[in-house]
Every structure is written in structure tokens, then in C-alpha cells.
Design a binder for this molecule. Structure first.
Ligand code: URA
Length: 433
């Protein structure tokens, strides 16, 4: 295999064979193909895309780059959820324990921050001691005993996605339907699940900016799932402003714990409950959706979901006391407010700029080698549609002395105040599958 020739052919719009695509994935996973060649190939795919034969072969090669789990000996229906990525999207931290409290098993392989979006693994690692790198045997035990495991792609499961994901994060090759679909489906189909619910985000803070592209991404992933015999459904949901109030790793864990107590923001709670309801439905456990959602709200209120979160934190080496005293995770040295430049209605919030504003503070990575600062981020006091007076704080900036000026410049671009009305979008836009 001559890698520059494969890059050139993809760059020029030619179709590659299944064998060629498999060889690229194997070579990259084994370390024989360097990052710079894979980055060039990913950029060629970004511009030229892949047809369905290519995407099928590429996803299959990524899936089989490591072990494909068989969890059929573990009792219970195994269902997972995955988001295509958003700003303030901490749903997985609440959803997984809630789904377990409602009777499902959730073997969850997540990712780190990608582009301007946050990642579940980075958030979990804000909890002192929490280890997302569990060997396969331990992951199985966690799913069997506690009902869930929260891990990342490993050298054993989906190693191709582990490498490619980190590379795409820093090479502007994220927003591409075949690369997103293969990344998500390869790790999810390696989990040994019975069903998968996808949260396909659309809007300024999502990788898909319009509903047509979000639908195309959702349908592509559903098609991959069907071809591999796994039930997949998707909700297209709004990502035109941050989800909940917190953006930034530790701050999002704090908000997740509040939500697991039944004290979370309405939008975050609603979307989590909808997605768990969809997971239960995919597992054939729903007769009446309203009744199921009521039961899920109760599992948040009565502490059942938080109890599962405590258990998994402890089982994965973390300090469960964060559930009672979140300050154990550490706080940023400085908190300043960002005030409204004029009085009026918050008409629009560009969630991508908000995500980048948090990244400027150190909440995400610019290069693969960057360490993130878990304590930094933003906490909103006002969101779209709310009225503000001039200089009234719209949000808090939690920082450690890095990137404040650039963060503020991004926020000035992101937030539009006018006479109204505000952009008005439903949280759940469409159901697919
Ligand atoms: N989530 C993933 O796992 N991969 C992507 O490419 C985008 C979102």
C-alpha cells in the first residue's frame, strides 16, 4: 500500500476499495501510518465524502480494530445513548445513572472534548480519582454488578477511533458526516448493546448547522446500525444555545449532580428524560410515555439516580463525596461576570462561540498534547428569551488567569441583545427511526 497514492485518490474524488480502507485503518491503529498522513486523508474525506460502500467498510474496519464485546451473558437489556456533540451537553452523566435506576444496563463508551464541544470523559475526570480507562474484564463486571460502566475508547475497544478522534479534534476534520457517523457507530457497536439512541444536535453549537444535515447524519447512523443488526433511533435536538447553564468540565459535573437530585435546569432535565424514555421504549419497556416520564422525574427527585452515580464513581476509583460537596473537585481562582452591553431581550446566543470562549480559558484542547483545566468555564444566569438591564450579569466566567480577553471577545460576538422576539426553537425537533 502506497499511502500518498490513497490520499491523492481520495482527494481527487475517487472511490477506494474496502481492502484499501481496511489497510488504512489497520496501518494507522498499528502505528505504521503516521498522524500527518491520516490527517491529510481525513481532510480529503472532509471534502470528497465517502459513498455508502466506503462508509460501511470504513466503519466495519474501525469497529474491528479492537475487541467487539459480547455481553449476552449479562442479564438485562443493554441500551446506550450517544450525542453528536454540543456545548454544555452533560446529558450522559445524568442519563446513564437514571437509565440504570429505571431498569436498563448501560455499557457506555464516550469521547473527550471535540472541537468546540465538551466530552464526557473530560468531565468525568474532573472527579478526583475517576478512572475512565478500565480494562474489558472490569468494564463487563461494572455493567453486570452496577448496571453501567463509563469508559473511553481503549487500546482494546475501538482503538482506531481513539486515535482518529484525538487527531480530528485538532485538525479541523470533525464536521463531516462519514467521519462522525463512523466514529460514533464504531465505538457504540463495539459495546455489545441491544439498542442505541442517538441525540443528533443541530444549530450553532452543533457540528450540523441545519436540520437537513442533522437528518442526513441521523439516517446515516441508523443505516449503519440496521446493516449490523442493532436497533438505532435518533432524536434531533436543539443546540442553538448551551444546554443547561454550565459550560466547562467541573462546572458541568456540579450541574449534573444537581440535576440528579431533581434540582437541574429545565431544558437539561427534559432532554435527559426524553432520551431515557426513548431508551426504555427501544428496550420494549414503555406502555405509556407520559407515565414513564413521570416515573423518571421521580427517580431524580427521590435520589435513586444519584445513588447509582455515587456507586459508579466509587467503583471506578473516584471520590463519591463530590455528590455532597462538589467543591472537592476544585474551583477556579477567579470568577468575574459578563454584563449585558445594553438593556433588552437576549435574542440569540451562538453556542459555537460560547464553546470556543470556554476553550480560550483552557476547558478544551488546541493540540493533542494540551492538558485541559477542569475548573474553568462559564455559568449562565440568563439565557435566550430573557430580559436584561444594561450591565446586568448574563454569565459568570470562572478562570485561572488564562485566555480571559479572548473569551470575552468571543462572548461579545456570541450574544445578541435586541428588542426581541428571541429565536424560538423547540428542544426536541424531530424523531428518526
Ligand atoms: N461524537 C463522536 O463520538 N465522534 C464524532 O466524530 C462526533 C461526536
Amino acid at each position: 500500500m502506497h499511502v500518498p497514492e490513497l490520499i491523492r485518490r481520495k482527494r481527487d474524488g475517487e472511490k477506494l476499495s474496502a481492502d484499501e480502507l481496511r489497510a488504512l485503518i489497520k496501518g494507522y491503529t498499528d502505528g505504521d501510518i503516521p498522524d500527518y498522513q491520516m490527517a491529510a486523508f481525513a481532510m480529503a474525506v472532509y471534502f470528497q465524502s465517502m459513498d455508502s460502500d466506503e462508509l460501511g467498510a470504513w466503519t466495519d474496519a474501525m469497529l474491528r480494530s479492537g475487541e467487539v464485546l459480547d455481553l449476552s451473558d449479562i442479564r438485562g437489556v443493554k441500551v446506550d445513548k450517544h450525542s453528536t456533540g454540543g456545548v454544555g451537553d452533560k446529558v450522559s452523566l445524568i442519563l446513564a445513572p437514571l437509565a440504570v435506576a429505571a431498569g436498563l444496563k448501560v455499557p457506555m463508551i464516550s469521547g473527550r472534548g471535540l472541537g468546540h464541544t465538551g466530552g464526557t470523559l473530560d468531565k468525568l475526570e474532573s472527579i478526583p480519582g475517576f478512572d475512565v480507562n478500565q480494562p474489558v474484564g472490569e468494564f463487563r463486571r461494572l455493567v453486570d454488578d452496577i448496571g453501567l460502566g463509563l469508559i473511553g475508547q481503549t487500546g482494546e475497544i475501538a482503538p482506531a477511533d481513539k486515535k482518529l478522534y484525538a487527531l480530528r479534534d485538532v485538525t479541523a476534520t470533525v464536521e463531516c458526516i462519514p467521519l462522525i457517523a463512523s466514529s460514533i457507530m464504531s465505538k457504540k457497536l463495539a459495546e455489545g448493546i441491544d439498542a442505541l439512541v442517538l441525540d443528533v444536535k443541530v444549530g450553532s453549537g452543533a457540528f450540523m448547522k441545519d436540520v437537513d444535515n442533522a437528518r442526513k447524519l441521523g439516517e446515516t447512523m441508523i443505516g449503519i446500525g440496521q446493516a449490523m443488526g442493532t436497533e438505532v433511533r435518533a432524536l434531533i435536538t436543539d443546540m442553538d444555545q448551551p444546554l443547561g447553564l454550565a459550560v466547562g468540565n467541573t462546572l458541568e459535573v456540579v450541574e449534573s449532580i444537581a440535576t440528579l437530585r431533581g434540582e437541574g435546569p429545565e431544558d437539561l432535565t427534559e432532554i435527559t428524560v426524553e432520551l431515557v424514555c426513548e431508551m426504555l421504549d427501544a428496550a420494549d419497556k414503555v406502555d405509556d410515555r407520559d407515565y414513564t416520564k413521570k416515573m423518571l422525574y421521580e427517580l431524580l427527585q427521590d435520589g435513586s439516580a444519584l445513588h447509582v452515580f455515587r456507586e459508579i464513581i466509587e467503583a471506578q476509583g473516584g471520590n463519591p463525596e463530590v455528590c455532597d460537596d462538589p467543591t472537592i473537585m476544585g474551583v477556579a481562582d477567579h470568577v468575574v461576570t459578563f454584563g449585558a452591553p445594553k438593556a433588552g431581550v437576549i435574542e440569540h446566543m451562538n453556542a459555537e462561540q460560547v464553546g470556543l470562549a470556554a476553550l480560550e480559558l483552557g476547558a478544551g484542547r488546541h493540540t493533542k498534547e494540551d492538558d485541559i483545566d477542569p475548573a474553568v468555564g462559564l455559568v449562565f444566569r440568563k439565557k435566550r428569551g430573557e430580559t436584561v438591564e444594561k450591565d446586568e450579569p448574563i454569565l459568570e466566567i470562572h478562570h485561572n488567569g488564562k485566555g480571559l480577553k479572548d473569551c470575552v471577545a468571543r462572548l461579545e460576538k456570541a450574544i445578541r441583545i435586541g428588542d426581541g422576539p428571541a429565536d424560538d426553537k423547540p428542544l426536541i425537533i424531530e424523531r428518526l427511526g
